[in-house]
Design a protein around this ligand. Structure first.
Ligand SMILES: NC(=O)C[C@H](N)C(=O)O
Length: 336
């Protein structure tokens, strides 16, 4: 059987870093050489691959919407030459990039898997080899036509994944959707649907930076603190509320939200809880938010909500249509 071809877009992250006097920093050339010369990556059962090393390689804390665009455009340019795509990325903002890419790609019929590691390949006990090897193997043999994230033997839907561990190998979880696949002795598909290899016209939407505020509520938060965040420059506000979407009944606070809504600011309610979804009909404290025009983010991760807002605001749609689409399931990012 003809060997599949995988394109690896290497953006940076711990996986290819080396020690410096200031801590780990990306090291140009190192990962590409290591992988190209490794017997394991070149076994007959593995797909053929090319690695494109981005310049400069970055720690993912430096990622921005411009980088999301660069990655998406790069994959589009190579789309017809490869069977699948792996994006090597730092873990810190990996779930943001995975979410953003999931919205930017339309008509995706090939797998795009984003991965990285917690310990660099250059160090003992690195999780980098197993993450990259499995991501490549899955992209070639279990082509799930969506943007996914592989980490610690689990493949997650990209816009459902979130970083849950700062220093464990189990750095990611998908609290509101089972993994798409699990890699044990055998690879088990759970939620993932294998894609038929039909060539379709891949579309990439443009994303531009957007002024979006994120407000984490806490008991006793003052209206002054809230009003300092809701200024005229923001286009959207993500409210991280209590439980199923509840907030203080404070009149001034609700007034501020009502005014923001009237000015066209999109206010989305997400729960601070890791699992479960917003239901503003559950309690009077949630219903008050609904009454001032706050919309539900259901069970979206913060990463999915933030990148979905970027995606929709970049289209310059009306606030009304953005409010509507935010509550629609566009790429499997929410359950309702
Ligand atoms: N494990 C990692 O990749 C963390 C690193 N700071 C990054 O996100 O680039």
């Amino acid at each position: 059987m003809k060997r599949k071809r995988i394109y690896i877009a290497y953006t940076g992250g711990t996986i290819g870093m080396k020690k410096s006097s200031q801590g780990y920093v990306p090291a140009a050339g190192f990962l590409t050489e290591t992988v190209k010369n490794s017997a394991e990556f070149n076994r007959d059962e593995m797909p053929l691959f090319d690695i494109e090393e981005y310049c400069p390689l970055i720690d993912s804390s430096d990622m921005s919407p411009a980088h999301w665009q660069m990655i998406a455009d790069d994959i589009k340019a190579k789309y017809h030459d490869y069977d699948g795509f792996v994006v090597l990325h730092g873990t810190d903002t990996m779930a943001y990039t995975a979410s953003a890419l999931s919205f930017m790609f339309e008509n995706l019929t090939k797998p795009v898997i984003i991965t990285g590691s917690q310990i660099p390949l250059s160090q003992l006990r690195s999780d980098g080899q197993v993450n990259l090897l499995n991501a490549m193997y899955l992209a070639a043999n279990y082509p799930i036509a969506e943007v996914s994230l592989f980490f610690n033997n689990q493949l997650f839907r990209g816009n459902r994944a979130t970083k849950i561990h700062a220093d464990g190998f189990n750095a990611f979880d998908s609290p509101n959707l089972p993994p798409l696949a699990k890699a044990g002795i055998n690879i088990r598909l759970l939620e993932g649907q294998l894609s038929p290899y039909i060539d379709n016209d891949l579309q990439v939407s443009r994303i531009t930076p957007q002024a979006i505020a994120v407000l984490h509520l806490y008991p006793g938060i003052s209206a002054d603190v809230v009003s300092s965040i809701i200024n005229d420059d923001i286009k959207a506000l993500i409210l991280l509320s209590f439980g199923v979407g509840n907030a203080p009944q404070n009149h001034e606070f609700l007034e501020l939200l009502a005014n923001a809504n009237e000015r066209g600011i999109i206010v989305v309610n997400l729960t601070q809880c890791l699992q479960g979804q917003v239901n503003m009909g559950g309690y009077a404290t949630g219903n008050a938010l609904l009454n001032v025009g706050v919309i539900s983010g259901y069970d979206m991760t913060l990463e999915a909500c933030l990148s979905k807002l970027h995606y929709l605001l970049s289209k310059n749609a009306s606030p009304q249509s953005i409010r509507h689409l935010m509550q629609d399931n566009l790429r499997g990012e929410l359950s309702r």
